[in-house]
Ligand binder design. Structure first.
Ligand SMILES: C[S@@+](CC[C@H](N)C(=O)[O-])C[C@H]1O[C@@H](n2cnc3c(N)ncnc32)[C@H](O)[C@@H]1O
Length: 218
């Protein structure tokens, strides 16, 4: 397991040589994300970091989305939780190094639960907590961005689309390769943004569940 300080950009010379592992500095992350701040402010806008390291971009996107989420919904736990599923479900990453995957998941969970516990410490919903953990584990994958397969396995990287419809959760699974071909062709991930074009075909569709029961479909 790699250990690095908060502002350190390199773990080891070997990892730089083998995996081009140089983490992006916070001021550079901020400058790049400022260019798409209007998208980040939409809770449902999806972000994919294809070589996520320990999640420097995803963490900052989450931080910005949480500011919007809390300002809108901190007085309404039901709306806060429902929209948290959308927010956490909108962040995707893969990395070829397993410790980076573990660290990205940990950082996202820590940031989210710090806010959730602070606002709702006396009324925390344990099904919701399990669902957020489940979604983050599903969305941050130990995979190879070149082959679009899981590392050392001959199985494709699969991403789930999480949407809330009338307070119910809908999950659909897609292979990353299918999503990438549509994204390059049409410029969007999952959605057609209302343009009514042909979309990627899901590998699997799940029945609607309560929004806080994401983890029942493993
Ligand atoms: C330049 S770092 C960037 C990390 C992070 N995106 C950031 O900006 O801080 C490159 C990352 O790509 C990962 N990587 C290298 N080859 C990869 C591959 N084929 N598929 C997925 N990740 C890969 C490395 O493990 C490393 O974490």
């Amino acid at each position: 397991m790699s250990i690095k300080n908060k502002d350190q950009q390199i773990v080891s010379k070997e990892r730089v040589a083998s995996f081009a592992e140089v983490y992006t500095a916070q001021n550079e992350v901020n400058a790049m994300l400022d260019l798409v701040d209007h998208e980040i402010n939409k809770l449902e806008s999806r972000f994919f970091e294809p070589a996520c390291g320990d999640g420097n971009f995803l963490i900052e996107v989450l931080d910005r989305k949480l500011k919007v989420l809390s300002s809108k919904y901190k007085k309404n736990q039901f709306e806060f939780e429902k929209n948290s599923i959308v927010v956490n479900g909108s962040l995707y990453g893969i990395d070829v190094l397993s410790d980076n995957v573990v660290n990205t998941r940990k950082r996202l969970k820590k940031k989210f639960f710090q806010m959730y516990e602070y606002i709702f410490k006396n009324t925390m919903n344990q099904n919701f907590v399990k669902s957020i953990n489940f979604i983050i584990d599903k969305n941050i994958i130990h995979g190879d961005a070149l082959t679009l397969k899981k590392v050392n396995l001959d199985v494709p990287v699969i991403f789930s689309e999480w949407t809330i419809v009338n307070s119910k959760l809908k999950r659909r699974d897609f292979t990353l390769s299918e999503l990438m071909s549509y994204t390059f062709e049409k410029g969007t991930l999952f959605s057609d943004e209302g343009k009514n074009v042909n979309l990627a075909s899901p590998l699997k569709e799940y029945s609607f569940t309560d929004y806080d029961m994401a983890y029942i479909n493993d």
